[in-house]
Write a protein that binds this ligand. Structure first.
Ligand SMILES: C[S@@+](CC[C@H](N)C(=O)[O-])C[C@H]1O[C@@H](n2cnc3c(N)ncnc32)[C@H](O)[C@@H]1O
Length: 347
């Protein structure tokens, strides 16, 4: 048979390259995650360095240091000119630890935990359970046992919510609202950003008691001590403080469908008439076909949580309508990787 295009061998009717590149996609992922883990992008910062210098600074063996750096060039995350390496504008912005826009905290978690958890995908697909050791009933209790793990996890969350907070602060008409509660708001990073952008707001973070200390510490760092309240509580079983705006960021996807419905119902009860509840997650397109990172996100939640999964925008609208919200609107976030569904309660 003769090939109809030039980009595959004439003897083969189809192009194997996309399959091979997808099947070895973890090579590229692990190369990037390792570069973040050893601090390559931070070492480069806004400057440049040769291979020998990077090898010495990062303690790399000469056998593969050049291959490693050039692979990162080929992957589009480093630039090289006359044998000297530097960050691309994007990696300088997102992967230099000295920048507030750093998202490497999340990548470090991915490198340390998710990479291992994905090894158990076959098993998890058969059992419906996360990978061994992560299958305790209370996912967060296990995660927070170790203070260093707790810190890394929260830093990983902040890597995303820093950007999302800025978009939410700019994307909604906050003049209509006076109070907000960030439900499961971790150490208050999103709340602090929102308050700085919209100083007329009064904000409260509701989260587990294990995060109280990290909250105080982070408020000092952000210069918002005393301006945001912290309420310890269980959002399933304890009262959610009433407010004009309730934010549920990366909360619903940690739980199963029935638990998500419960949380949205609880949101409806707590939000003031005329107010809104905001749910943001890596929601899937309604046709469940286009948003690959959303669908892969479901598998990611399979291997790390007892019941979580991503869900479609239509699912979220349904939870909101069933709970009693009058209408919903959506706001794309973080380059379309995420979506916020904004549920309006009648006044
Ligand atoms: C995936 S993190 C999301 C953090 C933050 N909202 C964000 O967007 O980055 C989930 C948060 O929910 C909190 N959480 C989990 N279970 C909770 C519960 N039952 N009651 C209150 N907070 C809870 C966790 O401590 C954690 O801060």
């Amino acid at each position: 048979m003769t090939a109809s295009t030039d980009d595959h061998s004439p003897a083969v009717p189809f192009n194997a390259r996309p399959l091979i590149e997808l099947g070895t996609g973890f090579w590229g992922a692990k190369t990037l995650l390792t570069a973040v883990e050893i601090g390559l992008f931070t070492v480069l910062g806004d400057g440049e360095a040769g291979e020998e210098q990077l090898r010495a600074t990062l303690d790399l063996h000469p056998r593969s240091s050049r291959d490693f750096l050039d692979a990162l060039v080929a992957l589009g995350v480093l630039e090289r000119e006359d044998g000297r390496y530097r960050n691309t504008p994007t990696t300088a912005y997102f992967l230099d630890e000295n920048r507030e826009s750093y998202i490497g905290g999340w990548m470090r978690q991915a490198s340390k935990h998710l990479f291992r958890a994905w090894e158990g995908l076959t098993e998890s697909l058969r059992t419906g359970k996360p990978y061994i050791g992560w299958d305790s009933e209370d996912f967060f209790e296990r995660l927070y046992e170790d203070i260093d793990e707790r810190r890394s996890f929260i830093a990983a969350m902040d890597a995303w919510n820093t950007h999302i907070a800025a978009e939410l602060a700019a994307g909604l008409d906050w003049t209509r609202h006076g109070t907000f509660v960030d439900v499961g708001g971790a150490r208050g990073n999103l709340a602090a950003t929102l308050l700085k952008a919209q100083p007329h707001l009064q904000g409260t973070v509701l989260d587990r008691p294990e995060l109280a200390e990290l909250f105080e510490e982070h408020m000092r760092r952000r210069g918002t001590t005393g301006r945001i309240g912290f309420t310890t509580g269980d959002f399933f079983n304890e009262p959610i403080p009433p407010a004009d705006v309730l934010i549920f960021g990366h909360i619903l996807h940690d739980w199963d469908d029935g638990q998500r419905e419960t949380l949205v119902r609880r949101a409806f009860e707590a939000v003031e008439p005329g107010g809104v509840a905001i749910f943001y997650d890596r929601m899937i397109d309604d046709d469940r076909r286009h948003h690959a990172t959303g669908l892969l996100g479901c598998l990611n939640l399979l291997v790390v949580t007892p019941g979580g999964s991503e869900y479609t925008v239509a699912d979220c609208r349904r939870y909101a309508a069933d709970a009693g919200f009058a209408s919903t609107s959506t706001l794309p976030l973080f380059d379309g990787l995420e979506t916020a569904v904004i549920a309006h309660k009648a006044g």
